[in-house]
Design a protein around this ligand. Structure first.
Ligand code: GLA
Ligand code: ZN
Length: 660
């Protein structure tokens, strides 16, 4: 289902008028100010359950009718949300089973949001009913352009109903308890099951060390949540199946498998809250922008078309350790970045700052002062105006020739396993670093899963692809054979999708990367971890680079050794290699290394593969360059002026858009 043909970029955000129903003058101001700011979309009803069903079975849609009509009369589109992100107290009191049970098996008390048991038949029934009522009432409303299902789903329930569903899910996946025992390697510590009924969801005071069980619980729960969203989708589309659906994604590591979820959605949308101007861990503004870029490239690639920036903040979020204001020009720059990376909207959380409760200080377009004479309001108006100027870019998408693999199952497994390091954040941050090295080479990038269609790309980087699904090795082989360049790193091809190590025998030994030794010309013999204050070293094209965290001891067979370790007992062994296989090239990086090296190597990989840069220049510090719809966006994420080429200079936090 496609979004109604709208020529302009969407500009607007979460609008919660139900918090001001007793203040009609505020609601009048809202409409005037929205028009002034070039707002053409609002997301209504995200947490409105109490306002539309204040008592069980009593529905009060009249206020929403009025707002929907007013929006339409004023040319503002509506994305209407189902209210299942939170529930009214009456429901939890009457039906405690709708609440989640914690991993510690303690049922939660009423409060907060996103804390439901998706196995609860009552919760499902209540959500279905209210969704169908919304559909019945608004599915044909001319203001409605899209349904927004729930809000930022995440987390898990551990109640007995969920445990029962989990056992059924396992039974379906494995067929027999013997097969489950084989995949779980459960004779270790005598954890062999004799029946599915013996299996319980993981718990810190129970089982967490059978990694396959932990992975399966995450996957099961993600499937349960997707099934729940499918139920919501069916309900809202009951009276008009032509209205597309989305849900706001927000964290690639939130537990929900977005790769799978994407198949149930018509439009991908993302909530983005970089820590602008917070130099935490010495991160620069460019790195903050690259963090946002990564998820934008992920969201866009998930849908294979433009995505929607569903939430961002026009000033300052309230959930960070240090809540810094967006510096002048940053709001426009960060909004344009989303557009450059493929968003068809710039939307905010939220339109008007709430007067009370936890997010009362979370930045919004209109502050508590109610005034339009504010820096933030002027910034938002400017974004509205600039988006109008570039309407011709809306709906376009630029093909990326290079991709980085960030895979749901692989990340789950990396974060559970104990090897190399216990620092869970290490793994995601490594993938980000490889992505950044590509970004600095000024090419468009897709962030894809290992299930994606590789044939669309010329270069694929697979950092730490520890877990191989059943056809991954064959896909990589075929990709290289047919002319692709594939970069693999240390800690890849070690386990199957159940975190079970690939193993061999005397007559048929097996070395990582599994089943690809001939493609890469490498066999990994051992893996050394390196303490934080230590390093190894290697030289690439005359420059010395350091190796940190992990060095694999690799034997080569047919691969060209690009760099050798210079220190320790494995000095002289291969650190980086390249092998031609079929029509393509297979690169192997055996250690964690410096950003500067990755940048140089990827420059050579892209050149060899014939992937041309958007602008044929080297990386200009803090400057990001992306192409969309035949236009080049140059964005300076530094507060200093940057000279990009002889003719292009960008002032601090400035951007320009050039026709290609
Ligand atoms: C998320 C939620 C919003 C709000 C913002 C605050 O994105 O979806 O409801 O809580 O965070 O940053
Ligand atoms: Zn449950």
């Amino acid at each position: 289902m496609e979004l109604k043909e709208i020529k302009e970029f969407l500009h607007g955000g979460d609008y919660n008028p139900d918090q001001w129903l007793d203040r009609p003058e505020v609601l009048q101001d809202d409409i005037r100010l929205m028009k002034q700011a070039g707002v053409n979309v609002v997301t209504l009803g995200v947490f409105s359950w109490s306002s539309i069903e204040p008592k069980e079975g009593v529905f009060t849609f009249e206020w929403l009718d009025r707002i929907m009509d007013q929006m339409y009369e004023n040319g503002i589109h509506v994305i209407l949300s189902t209210p299942s992100g939170a529930r009214p107290p009456w429901m939890a009191q009457k039906y405690p089973e709708v609440m989640r049970t914690g991993e510690n098996r303690v049922p939660m008390l009423y409060g907060g949001r996103e804390n439901h048991c998706e196995s609860s038949p009552i919760w499902r029934e209540k959500v279905r009913l209210i969704d169908e009522k919304l559909s019945e009432r608004y599915a044909e409303h001319p203001a409605l352009i899209m349904w927004h299902l729930s809000n930022e789903m995440y987390g898990r329930c551990y109640c007995e109903k969920c445990a029962r569903n989990f056992r059924k899910w396992l039974q379906k996946k494995y067929g027999s308890i013997e097969e489950l025992n084989r995949q779980y390697w459960s004779s270790f510590w005598s954890h062999k099951y004799t029946d599915f009924s013996e299996i319980n969801p993981p718990a810190r005071h129970g089982e967490t060390q059978q990694h396959a069980l932990v992975l399966d619980y995450h996957r099961f729960y993600s499937d349960l949540q997707i099934d729940f969203l499918e139920m919501e989708k069916e309900a809202v589309q009951k009276y008009n199946p032509r209205i597309p659906v989305t849900t706001n994604m927000f964290n690639v590591n939130c537990g929900l498998n977005y790769q799978k979820l994407a198949k149930s959605l018509d439009v991908m949308s993302w909530d983005s809250y970089p820590r602008w101007h917070c130099q935490k861990d010495k991160s620069t503004e460019w790195e903050n922008a690259a963090g946002a870029g990564f998820v934008f490239d992920y969201a866009r690639a998930l849908g294979g078309k433009p995505f929607y920036l569903m939430e961002s903040v026009p000033s300052v979020p309230s959930q960070f350790e240090v809540c810094k204001l967006k510096r002048p020009k940053m709001h426009l720059l960060s909004s344009m970045q989303a557009v450059a990376f493929g968003s068809d909207s710039v939307q905010y959380f939220q339109w008007r700052k709430s007067n009370g409760a936890v997010e009362k200080f979370h930045g919004a377009v209109i502050d508590h002062n109610g005034s339009a004479d504010t820096r933030v309001f002027r910034d938002v108006c400017e974004v509205g105006a600039r988006l109008k100027d570039i309407s011709f870019i809306k709906g376009t998408q630029e093909k990326a020739r290079a991709a980085v693999i960030y895979d749901y199952d692989n990340m789950l497994a990396l974060q559970e396993q104990s090897g190399i390091t216990r620092k869970k954040e290490f793994f995601a941050s490594q993938i980000q670093r490889h992505y950044e090295a590509l970004l600095k080479n000024y090419v468009n990038v897709d962030v894809i899963s290992q299930e994606a269609d590789f044939s669309r790309y010329q270069v694929i980087i697979a950092p730490l692809l520890y877990l191989f699904k059943s056809d991954t090795a064959a896909k990589i082989r075929e990709f290289v054979e047919k002319g692709g360049s594939f970069v693999m790193t240390y800690y890849s091809g070690l386990v199957n999708e159940n975190d079970l190590c690939f193993s061999g025998t005397l007559s048929d030994p097996v070395f990582p990367p599994y089943s690809l030794n001939d493609v890469f010309g490498v066999r990994v013999m051992e893996t050394d971890a390196i303490c934080d204050d230590e390093y190894n070293e290697f030289t690439y094209k005359g420059e010395d680079y350091k190796a940190f965290t992990c060095c694999e001891l690799v034997e080569t067979d047919g691969a060209e050794v690009l760099s050798k370790y210079k220190l320790d007992f494995y000095q002289g062994m291969c650190g980086v290699s390249k092998k031609q296989y079929g029509e393509g090239f297979a690169y192997y990086i055996a250690c964690n290394t410096e950003d500067a090296f990755l940048y140089e190597l990827y420059r050579d990989v892209l050149d060899q593969a014939g992937v041309s840069r958007i602008l044929d220049i080297g990386y200009v510090k803090d400057v990001m360059i992306r192409e969309r719809g035949g236009y080049i966006f140059l964005m300076n994420f530094s507060r200093e002026t940057r000279t990009v080429t002889e003719t292009i200079t960008l002032g601090g936090y400035d951007y320009i858009i050039l026709q290609k």
